[in-house]
Design a protein around this ligand. Structure first.
Ligand SMILES: Nc1ncnc2c1ncn2[C@@H]1O[C@H](COP(=O)(O)OP(=O)(O)OP(=O)(O)O)[C@@H](O)[C@H]1O
Length: 342
């Protein structure tokens, strides 16, 4: 199968194992998001796959099903790092430099690069000094340079971090459109679930150097298998059987967890498909610890016998509606996933 992968890939540094991945494969034309918390080993994995690691690496990296060599990888690979590294010269010269580096003549490099400069919206900036660009513009140049070489393997290490919301959304959409239908195997390292959803058919969850879950993005993002992956995916409220009377721990997102505000509060309809069976949503009891107005939402923290629960109420909940701090309160779980049930 064409694409990039590895077998029994291990990375060691400073006397400890940073990464251990028994098997991973990303086929040509597909994108894998690697999602994990800080320090999980995401960049370590990316560098090891691209044969760019500074650490001790064992195991096999596979390119199109065969062991990768540095020269095969150099021809196949383009990488975009968290902080764009641009050369002296114009934006156009920077985009072209990737092709020139691969021995393409100046004239041909210009011809091949220009459609990418246009597709990624860089034409108005083509003559600008690359070192005068904003971070968002520079990242756009860096991505365009990588795409222009027509890589068989594209490694993206948090290329959208540090960009404002609009710039990020625009660049994500442009990148998605640019990759569509191309025979490129892409790996995107990110902390962000939305980026994974927007760009990647498949997602792997990496925690402590191990892949804990791997599969179609929508399925992985909505079905955490254990407490660590639940936290990573935003299911930060863990409700053990002792609290709910159920046989398995439930995991719920704060936005699906609501304080019951007095008798006028109508029963909630659960938000979408849930592992909580039909019927009244689960309710648990606790003590109100604090409320914080966040503008678009109000965060309500509740101490329970099994730890803290965080509720997120849309909008500004009026102070007059909230019971005093220290009151006994009920919390309704509108949507949850059951852990360790498969
Ligand atoms: N030379 C080294 N010696 C020991 N540990 C190291 C060394 N270099 C990196 N590490 C550790 O390897 C782990 C993985 O680092 P890596 O940069 O791959 O994480 P990451 O998931 O990309 O994190 P982030 O999201 O913060 O960028 C971290 O705990 C880091 O401290």
């Amino acid at each position: 199968m064409n694409g990039i992968g590895c077998r029994d890939l291990r990375v060691r540094a400073g006397g400890r194992e940073l990464l251990s991945v028994p098997e991973l494969y990303v086929a040509s034309g597909r994108t894998l998001a690697v999602l994990g918390p800080n320090g999980a080993g995401k960049s370590t994995l990316l560098r090891a796959l691209g044969l760019l690691s500074r650490h001790r690496v064992s195991g096999q990296v596979l390119l199109d099903g065969r062991p990768a060599t540095p020269s095969l990888m150099r021809d196949a690979l383009a990488a975009v790092l968290q902080r764009p590294i641009l050369r002296r010269g114009t934006v156009a010269a920077n985009v072209i430099s990737g092709l020139r580096f691969r021995g393409v003549s100046r004239r041909e490099a210009r011809t091949r690069a220009w459609p990418w400069i246009e597709a990624l919206g860089l034409a108005p900036l083509a003559g600008r000094d690359a070192r005068s660009l904003s971070i968002g513009e520079a990242q756009r140049v860096s991505i365009t340079r990588a795409l222009a070489v027509g890589p068989r393997v594209l490694l993206l290490d948090e290329p959208f971090s540090g960009l404002d919301g609009t710039t990020r959304a625009d660049l994500l959409a442009d990148l998605r459109a640019a990759l569509a239908g191309r025979p490129t195997a892409t790996i995107l390292v990110t902390h962000d679930r939305q980026e994974a959803l927007a760009l990647a058919e498949d997602t792997a969850l990496l925690i402590d150097g191990r892949i804990r879950q791997h599969g179609p993005t929508a399925e992985v993002l909505d079905h955490p298998s254990d407490a660590d992956t639940a936290r990573l995916l935003g299911y930060t409220n863990l409700l053990p059987p002792a609290l709910t009377g159920r046989t398995h721990t439930l995991a719920a997102r704060p936005e699906h967890t609501r304080l019951v505000l007095g008798p006028s509060d109508v029963p909630d309809v659960p938000d979408g498909p849930s592992d909580v069976p039909d019927g009244p949503a689960d309710e648990v009891f606790g003590t109100l610890r604090r409320t914080v107005a966040l503008g678009i939402a109000t965060r309500v923290d509740v101490d329970t016998s099994s730890g803290l629960l965080t509720c997120l109420h849309p909008g500004d909940v009026l102070a007059s509606e909230l019971p005093p701090i220290g009151s006994d309160v009920r919390v309704r779980i509108r949507h949850a996933r059951s852990l360790n049930h498969r």
